[in-house]
Design a protein around this ligand. Sequence first.
Ligand SMILES: [Zn+2]
Length: 329
Amino acid sequence: MAHFPDLAPRAASGGKSDVSIGWLSSGHAFPTGAVPPEFTSALARLREVPFALTRGFHVCEFCMRNREDDSHRFDACSASWNSPEYGNGEILVLSETGVAYVAPRLVLHYVTEHGYRPPQEFIDAVLFQSRRWARGDRPVSFGYTSVWVAVRGRTPIDVVEALRLTSVVPVAWADGIDAAYGGRVFVAPPLDGWVLAASTQFPDSGDGDHPDRATPFVEALSQRFGEVQYFGTHRVVEWHAWARAINGTFTRKFSWIGERGEVLWNEGARTDVERELHVGVEPDGTDDVQFPDEEHVLTIAAQWGVGPGTLDDRTDAPRLGYEGRLRPA
Ligand SMILES: [Zn+2]
């Protein structure tokens, strides 16, 4: 693995520098010593929200060097890093003052198996983030006056990359939902095989005055990922939308804007849950409907996959997702 001294600056996007941590190599001595248990457990969580998965697989050179002398120990030790969850990718930690530290995902292995003690400022940054998470790492319900997509069978980092987000950092639920309502994007941890991403700035279905940017947005995601669902509600203008696409083709797409009394989208047959709720319009114009509201949108989302309106009840969800910014259209 490439060796970078601890705290060496590393070129990052936007002209800023990241700071390298834990890029150890067998030719270079490294500091050792005890670390707080809270630090180790926080590093383990950060492993679940990796970055840069395509930049190659890292191996532990210290374990590799032991291989010939003591194959038994090598097997035991390498089991903890010789897996995609460990050897592939990087973790990112922001300090309280905004310094961005980048470490290989393998850094946890160096700490637990080889006694590596990273610089104190990195330990402090990890502990700072850990305390932040503790304030809001349980799922938070959302859905009102927002737009979200649901992607089946992918990881959060896949969705981050497809959305081409910038300034991406790991984030716990409460901060992530705040980010989504603040115009940034929250890509949530996986739930029941789905990844949800939410933002008040995701494209909408347009109206007479501005174009439908949601359709190409969902088509592109669905071409890449297979099944993608899209939901949006806005209480003030009574805009409500739900759609699902498979391999780039919509199987159902409905959108209504109450302020103008217009159906903006209506493609594909109503799904069972829409019939039960008496919302949506049959393409043949069958008139068995009421005006949709945001509760209907949340119920449809729950029936199709994951309902973000009842996440407060969940105790089984992973704790960390990603927050980032959309690029300007
Ligand atoms: Zn090792």
